[in-house]
Write a protein that binds this ligand. Structure first.
Ligand code: FES
Length: 239
């Protein structure tokens, strides 16, 4: 049996968009009683770690440089439990040559506060109703194609061959190959090989705009450049 699924959404008002704007925030300095401590704070829509090292305070996104996992604090480090990456309180990766944590620049400092500038996502715009049906094609696994009025975007294309060094296969087999995909955009959600599948991407037109999370580790970026993709669209989580 081969996989063939197609869903059709009725035209209706379903979309809203957020618009980012920069906002200056005064973060209260945590009550640290020495160096080498970290505090998690929630500001606007985000979470940030404030740390104190011998020389200064630092503010970091609560976002692992590997694949964006959230961090926890230990006595002398920040650690991500997803795959075990850990960081010094000044943002340095404890793995040799590993990328640093993404840092928010402290613009100025008073006795009690740190001034930073953050993205504010509170402004919301609503779009009008869809004028045509939105087609949703499920090709395989997480490979979903959205088609709206002759324009389409595909998520996590895995269509050609196995993943994870041959240990994962698609069943049932997809009806199409990467070379059959004629899309206007590609979205890669994360770099696991069942979502970021190089043999499939190899078969897709390299001028197609490709959107992916901008992890400091640049795992996705490096693979795409090697494959020859020309229109890279990295996105921060708060973009
Ligand atoms: S996402 Fe943090 S170690 Fe992988």
């Amino acid at each position: 049996m081969r996989l063939k699924k197609r869903l059709r959404a009725k035209p209706q008002r379903i979309y809203s968009f957020t618009v980012n704007e920069r906002k200056t925030i005064m973060l209260p300095k945590p009550n640290f009683d020495g160096f080498g401590q970290a505090n998690l704070v929630k500001v606007l829509d985000g979470e940030f770690w404030i740390t104190r090292t011998e020389n200064s305070y630092h503010v970091f996104y609560n976002e692992c440089a590997h694949m964006g996992g959230t961090l926890e604090t230990t006595k002398n480090s920040l650690i991500c439990r997803h795959h075990g990456w850990s960081y010094e309180f000044d943002g340095r990766n404890q793995n040799l040559n590993g990328p640093r944590l993404r840092e928010v620049k402290v613009e100025s400092e008073t006795e009690t506060h740190l001034q930073v500038s953050l993205l504010n996502r509170l402004k919301k715009l609503e779009a009008g109703p869809l004028l045509s049906p939105l087609d949703l094609k499920i090709h395989s696994h997480a490979t979903i194609e959205l088609v709206y009025r002759y324009r389409s975007i595909v998520f996590d294309p895995w269509l050609d061959g196995p993943a994870y060094y041959g240990s994962w296969s698609l069943y049932p087999e997809p009806l199409i190959s990467g070379s059959d995909l004629k899309v206007n955009g590609i979205v890669i959600t994360h770099p696991h090989p069942d979502h970021f599948h190089l043999p499939t991407l190899e078969r897709i037109n390299k001028s197609t705009p490709i959107f992916y999370p901008k992890f400091p580790s640049q795992i996705i970026e490096k693979g795409l450049i090697e494959l020859g993709f020309k229109n890279l669209q990295p996105q921060f989580f708060d973009d």
